[in-house]
Design a protein around this ligand. Structure first.
Ligand SMILES: [Zn+2]
Ligand SMILES: [Zn+2]
Length: 279
């Protein structure tokens, strides 16, 4: 693989203490020519992180150190690998204004970014979709059914695609079928495929790109990349740029799930259409 557009780091509070240099060394070893570090952006003020350790996003007081360290690594490794400074930004329903403000301030400092949905809103509560199978089961009970969780997830992804998050809104949509993470334990009785197809049509119309995320393929209860082949086929027909993402949270996970991907000859650099929404 030539590119990895979705990599976490020691700045991730639920990640590993592996140093940037360990990720970069491993990437060079794998023959990767370009890597985007896309740490979870700090969560908006006032948002109550529903995970037990409240560790879904980076501490906001670490953001500048994260960017600074990547800046110097970018220079020191320049002859060996292209390093992009990025963030994985959460779309959280109800926090659009704060997210836009954050992107207005931080976007100019970044090379790359991903927009992801990890939280779904139900009444006045937010739930974290991908924390654990136990939590997924609990959310299904609270919202009413597994199907209702899928419904809520896809409607939130739709809002994320259409949200006005300003000039620095990420143009790559993260792991668009993350709701499949525990699908073997929580199967659905109706198909949501048409919903995903419509999301891909929306992504195409917006000129956005897709995070073709290998992590799902390594999760025993998921067993497929985000998204699986039937959706990638549609994305390919539409010409949506596909950017491989390992979603590694430790250096040894770089490249994970890559062997399960199809159409790998079409994978592009994360920078291909970044910020194409800027005028
Ligand atoms: Zn993470
Ligand atoms: Zn994510």
């Amino acid at each position: 693989m030539k590119y990895d557009g979705h990599v976490h780091s020691l700045f991730c509070p639920h990640g590993s203490p592996d140093l940037f240099e360990e990720y970069i060394g491993k990437a060079i070893e794998l023959g990767i020519e370009e890597i985007s570090f896309t740490e979870h952006a700090p969560l908006p003020d006032g948002f109550f992180d529903p995970t037990p350790e409240k560790d879904s996003g980076m501490d906001s007081d670490q953001l500048h150190a994260y960017i600074e360290q990547l800046h110097s690594l970018k220079t020191s490794y320049r002859s060996q690998i292209k390093i992009n400074i990025g963030l994985e930004v959460d779309f959280i329903e109800g926090f659009e204004a704060q997210t836009k403000k954050f992107l207005d301030e931080t976007g100019p400092l970044l090379d790359d970014s991903i927009l992801s949905v990890h939280f779904i809103k139900e009444k006045d509560k937010w739930h974290c979709l991908d924390f654990s199978a136990e939590m997924f089961g609990e959310i299904s009970r609270q919202i009413g059914s597994v199907e209702a969780v899928h419904e809520r997830y896809y409607s939130t992804v739709k809002k994320s695609i259409h949200a006005d998050l300003g000039d620095y809104k990420p143009v790559r949509i993260g792991h668009i079928t993350l709701v499949h993470k525990f699908q073997k334990q929580f199967p659905i009785s109706i198909s949501f495929d048409e919903r995903v197809i419509v999301l891909l049509d929306d992504i195409h119309r917006k000129n956005y790109a897709l995070d073709y995320n290998g992590a799902g393929a390594t999760k025993p209860l998921c067993g497929e990349p985000y998204p699986p082949e039937r959706f990638i086929r549609h994305a390919v027909q539409l010409g949506i740029p596909l950017v491989y993402g390992s979603d590694a949270h430790q250096a040894k996970d770089l490249g994970q799930g890559y062997e399960s991907l199809r159409h790998t000859h079409l994978l592009t650099s994360p920078m291909q259409n970044v910020y194409n929404n800027k005028s």
